[in-house]
Each structure stands twice: as structure tokens, then as C-alpha cells.
Design a protein around this ligand. Structure first.
Ligand code: PRP
Length: 212
């Protein structure tokens, strides 16, 4: 039987995610986050791990290049991918929020410019409130944007709040709680259910054991 392909997000939660698999009895003995190799197999040879950029995980899963994926809710929301979200690994907890400086006219400005790594999340959020915004896509150091007049506010990840604080910014609105999730390709969910369902149960068991 073909192995199940798992797309694992590169980043802060990589090793904690793999620990959950380990606790569930699934080991990837050759895996090293700093290796240049991109494909790894578990000991049984039944799971093929592909190690990819977090932002790309929903695409791999939606297109069926991977059957399942482990990635943050932020990237899932931003990708708007047609996938099933099956399990919350409760790792990498943070939030996506609107933030700005104290002088920001608490979002009443009609022509608001929003800088973000997550332009789709930002656009959806303001659209729901009936406020039209111009979004500017940035790839990092987003907190700089309101400080140098590139944007009125930002939509970004807030974990400890240190980056906001150190740049004189604060949360204006919280948009969404974020954590690492397991996502599944819709076709694989039906055709490979005899592998995917037990795997989800194993992982769920490992998470509950860790909690106890
Ligand atoms: C993320 C995020 C914030 C920061 C939040 O950036 O975009 O800037 O972490 O964390 P904090 O609330 O604990 O300070 P990252 O470190 O990924 O770097 P980047 O700005 O280059 O994207």
C-alpha cells in the first residue's frame, strides 16, 4: 500500500508536533529539522513526511500532494483551502489580532490601510465589520509598518506581546485564537479512512495522555 503523505510545517512547533507523533508510537528516526533532506519515512514505512514551509502546507493538502498536514490555524485561515480540519494539537498557542499605536483612531478611519502577513484574514475581518480596507502584504517585521507610516494598523500574530510592547503598539481587536491543527485532504479522508481515522485516534490518545 502507498504510504500516507504527511506535510509537516517548518517552524517553531515542528519538534513539539513530532513529539506528539512519538508519543503516539510514530517515529521518524532520520528526521532533522536542519537537514537539507525534504522527505522522511517513519519506522514502519507507512508514513512519508514532507517537510515544507508552513504557508504551503494547506496547498499541499488541498491539492492532494499530501493526505494530511500539521500547520497553524493562521496559515489555514489565510489559505482558505478546501480541507478538513480534524484535530487541535494545542501547540504554538497565540492569537491573530489587529494592533496599532495609541494614537490610532480606534479603527474609525474610513480609509484604513492594514499591513499584514495575512492579508486574507485581515480583509475578511474588516469586511465582516463592513469596513473597507486597503491591505499591504508584508513578509515579516510587520510591527514596523505603523511606525513609519506604511499602514494605520497591522494584523499579526501576538504570542507574548513583547514585539508589540517594544514597538509602542497594542492590541486593538483580537481576531482568532491560533494553535497547531491536523488537516486532511477531502478525497483522502474518504479513500484512506482506514489509515487516517486510526492515526487521528492515536494522536488524540497521545494528546490526552500528555494532558493527564
Ligand atoms: C512573529 C509575529 C510577531 C511576533 C509575535 O514574528 O509576526 O512579530 O512573532 O511574538 P510576541 O508576541 O511573542 O512578541 P516572527 O518572530 O515570526 O518574525 P517576523 O517578524 O520576521 O515574521
Amino acid at each position: 500500500m502507498e504510504p500516507l503523505t504527511l506535510a509537516l510545517a517548518k517552524g517553531r512547533t515542528t519538534s513539539a508536533s513530532l513529539s506528539v507523533f512519538e508519543k503516539a508510537g510514530i517515529d521518524f528516526p532520520d528526521f532533522h529539522a536542519d537537514s537539507r533532506k525534504l522527505i522522511f519515512f517513519d519506522t514502519s514505512g507507512k508514513i512519508k513526511l514532507i517537510f515544507v514551509k508552513a504557508v504551503d502546507v494547506p496547498t499541499y493538502v488541498e491539492k492532494g500532494a499530501a493526505d494530511i498536514g500539521i500547520v497553524g490555524k493562521d496559515n489555514i485561515l489565510e489559505a482558505q483551502a478546501d480541507i478538513y480540519e480534524m484535530l487541535d494539537l494545542k501547540l504554538g498557542k497565540c492569537k491573530v489580532a489587529v494592533a496599532g499605536s495609541a494614537e490610532t483612531d480606534r479603527l474609525s478611519n474610513q480609509s484604513l490601510t492594514v499591513a499584514s502577513k495575512y492579508p486574507a484574514i485581515a480583509k475578511n475581518h474588516f469586511q465582516k465589520k463592513g469596513q473597507s480596507v486597503e491591505t499591504i502584504k508584508l513578509n515579516g517585521s510587520v510591527e514596523l509598518a505603523p511606525l513609519i507610516g506604511l499602514a494605520d494598523v497591522i494584523v499579526d500574530i501576538v504570542e507574548t506581546g513583547t514585539t508589540l510592547k517594544e514597538n509602542g503598539l497594542s492590541i486593538i481587536e483580537e481576531i482568532e485564537e491560533i494553535s497547531t491543527r491536523l488537516i486532511v485532504n477531502k478525497a483522502s479522508f474518504a479513500t484512506k479512512s482506514e489509515v487516517i481515522h486510526p492515526l487521528i485516534q492515536q494522536l488524540q490518545g497521545a494528546l490526552e495522555e500528555a494532558k493527564a
